[in-house]
Design a protein around this ligand. Structure first.
Ligand SMILES: [Fe+2]
Length: 160
């Protein structure tokens, strides 16, 4: 940990950063999974899904940035490489052979849901460490993930 005048106690900052580095790993993985879907989706809903998955990627990129910069603000080192993400992400492997829109909608919804659950849990973990700002950050992230999950799932809900 780097020295900082930030008044949160060192032990709490270190604990929060360890949690946030795990969330960062999943967020980096999620971002590339959204690109994977954006690049490979095919079928009658191609253009809508292609553009939607790119919008989700852009939003997730901003979450990655927010989480990484919060870690550094608290005196830590953001562990944001693809190799660290691959080692620590909680997301399931994205199915590489997925082609049609419905299968991508399902895979993307699963990835968003997994990360959303992680983000929501982190709100409580941050509150337990008296870090209201990190709790606020993950509240914003999980609210955003819930919105994107709605955008994606709306493609499959009308048929049920
Ligand atoms: Fe693109």
């Amino acid at each position: 940990m780097y020295q900082t005048e930030n008044d949160l106690p060192l032990r709490r900052r270190a604990e929060m950063n360890a949690l946030m580095n795990l969330r960062l790993a999943s967020a980096v993985d999620l971002q590339m999974q959204m690109k994977q879907a954006h690049w490979n989706v095919k079928g009658p809903n191609f253009i809508g899904l292609h553009e939607l998955f790119d919008k989700v990627d852009e939003a997730v990129e901003s979450y990655v940035d927010m989480i990484a910069e919060r870690i550094v603000q608290l005196g830590g080192i953001a562990e944001g490489t693809v190799r660290v993400a691959a080692a620590h992400s909680r997301l399931s492997e994205y199915p590489l052979v997925t082609v049609d829109g419905a299968a991508h909608v399902e895979a993307v919804a699963r990835a968003l849901s997994t990360f959303g659950q992680e983000a929501r849990a982190t709100i409580n973990e941050a509150n337990a460490l008296d870090d209201a700002d990190s709790a606020d950050l993950f509240t914003e992230v999980s609210r955003g993930i819930d919105k994107w999950l709605w955008f994606v799932e709306a493609h499959s809900q009308a048929t049920k």
